[in-house]
Write a new protein. Structure first.
Length: 475
């Protein structure tokens, strides 16, 4: 990038000429400029012009001069990218990389910026490092083409993923390394590491393992537990990794008191049986979370599907106790505007709707919504049944309940032949349909013929002979 600034005597601009444009339109340049015809032009404004044009990101060189009262701007455009090729990327699909590059600003048809290419290479290298491939390299080759174009080649050498040689826990007094590491996804070298790849380092896996470590202690009363730091050390050959995790266990805390607070829209006596943490228990984050979920579920049964229940601990380190308060925010009671069925191209709507236990215009009950889903699944007409409850736009207390089904074949045809000394040649055939014409009714017919006898059988069952679900059948 270079600039050209010539000493300019102040003058009134009567015209502006731009030289050197190839792909960039003059209109785009004029939109970026603040200098206008009729204004006085000075050296200071000359610097502004250069800065404004470079900020567009399209030019390698900008020079400003004058010819009488005409402002002359000479530019050299950056080349356009005509192709991007990637070699050596076995772990990541080329199509995904091209899309990711586009988000950063490197794409075919765009103006080439070396700084953007450097950013792409660094981002790609970081991705490999995060997956434990510390010996990976990313190089680029930019070829100049005619008509101010470039072709970009990105060459990747992925290398091998570094393996974990050892994971050290520092600061654990109550539990041994083996106890706290048993649930880790990452491990040191084991007999089956070659198959499970559990010894291949990944930043994402380590983060997940640290969450497991935190849960391990929190579920055993160590409410103040924290991971103070982690160190990941790479061997000189970049093939071995040593992980050190420094922890502060804190002390075991027992529960001194359990309370319900907030807007208790549902009778507390109905909620208490679902509170599974009790005074004198060792604190368990898992049980506290389950209690919050239990209360949220009960509120959902009563129509408060957007309820929030937060566990608020009040820790007393002097006595190693904790008061636990479950703060209930039920939100608004939510009503069902419509129940929508989709995906049932063969099965009639009424066959599905008669299984629904959630009513329209009534408060939503998560129990009834899930019960209805189970009843639809048990019909046997569908491969899958999914349910969602999208909010009605423009409202805060209405939802639609949408059931999406994937139908499966409900018919069956069988035919066979055999021979026996007592009956001779035996022929048989049968046909059955469990969702006849999409009505949910079952019909069947079978035929069995031999030298001794001929048997015909017809069957019909209506599972909803009455609206109450009483079935009736004939054979």
């Amino acid at each position: 990038m270079s600039t050209g600034v010539f000493a300019i005597q102040p003058f009134i601009v009567k015209d502006v000429k731009i030289n050197g444009l190839q792909r960039i339109t003059a209109g785009a340049v004029f939109n970026a400029l603040t200098v206008k015809v009729g204004e006085q032009f000075t050296d200071e404004k000359s610097e502004n012009v250069i800065r404004e044009l470079f900020q567009m990101g399209f030019f390698n060189d900008v020079a400003v001069s004058q010819n009488g009262q005409i402002l002359i701007i000479n530019v050299v455009e950056r080349p356009a990218i005509t192709s991007i090729d990637i070699e050596g990327n076995d772990d990541i699909e080329t199509e995904k990389l091209i899309e990711a590059f586009k988000d950063i600003g490197l794409a075919v048809g765009q103006v080439f910026n070396p700084l953007v290419l450097d950013k792409v290479k660094n981002e790609l290298l970081t991705q490999y490092y995060n997956n434990g491939k510390y010996s990976a390299t990313v190089e680029s080759n930019v070829t100049d083409l005619e008509r101010n174009r470039v072709a970009i080649l990105i060459e990747v050498v992925e290398g091998s993923a570094a393996s974990i040689k050892k994971i050290n826990i520092v600061g654990n007094k109550a539990f041994s390394d083996e106890e706290v590491l048993k649930d880790f996804e990452l491990t040191g070298p084991t007999l089956f590491s070659f198959y499970t790849n559990s010894d291949q380092y990944s930043k994402q896996k380590l983060s997940a393992d640290l969450e497991r470590l935190n849960s391990f202690y929190q579920d055993r009363g160590y409410i103040n537990f924290k991971v103070e730091s982690t160190q990941v050390t790479i061997s000189p050959d970049k093939n071995g990794i040593f992980v050190t995790i420094n922890v502060d266990e804190g002390n075991v805390h027992t529960i001194s008191e359990v309370k319900l607070a907030g807007e208790l829209i549902v009778n507390p006596d109905k909620l208490i049986p679902f509170v599974i943490v009790q005074p004198s228990d060792v604190f368990s984050r898992k049980k506290a979370t389950q209690t919050s979920e239990n209360i949220t579920t009960i509120l959902g049964h009563e129509g408060y599907s957007f309820a929030n229940v937060n566990m608020i601990p009040e820790i007393d380190d002097a006595t190693s106790t904790v008061k636990v308060t479950f703060f209930v925010d039920p939100g608004k009671r939510v009503y069902v505007r419509r129940i929508i069925m989709q995906g049932n191209t063969k099965t009639r709507d009424e066959v599905l709707r008669r299984e629904i236990r959630q009513m329209e215009a009534a408060p939503i009950s998560t129990l009834n919504v899930e019960h209805s889903k189970s009843r639809l699944s048990r019909l046997g007409h569908f491969e899958s049944v999914d349910v969602e409850t999208p909010a009605v736009p423009g409202t805060t207390d209405q939802v639609d309940v949408k059931y999406t089904v994937t139908e499966k074949s409900s018919g069956n045809i069988l035919a066979g032949a055999g021979f026996s000394q007592s009956q001779g040649v035996v022929l048989n055939a049968s046909i059955s349909q469990n969702n006849f014409l999409g009505t949910g009714k079952r019909v069947s017919a079978s035929f069995n013929n031999s030298a001794v006898n001929t048997i015909y059988s017809l069957g019909y069952t209506n599972p909803y002979y009455t609206v109450d679900g009483v079935s009736r059948g004939y054979n």
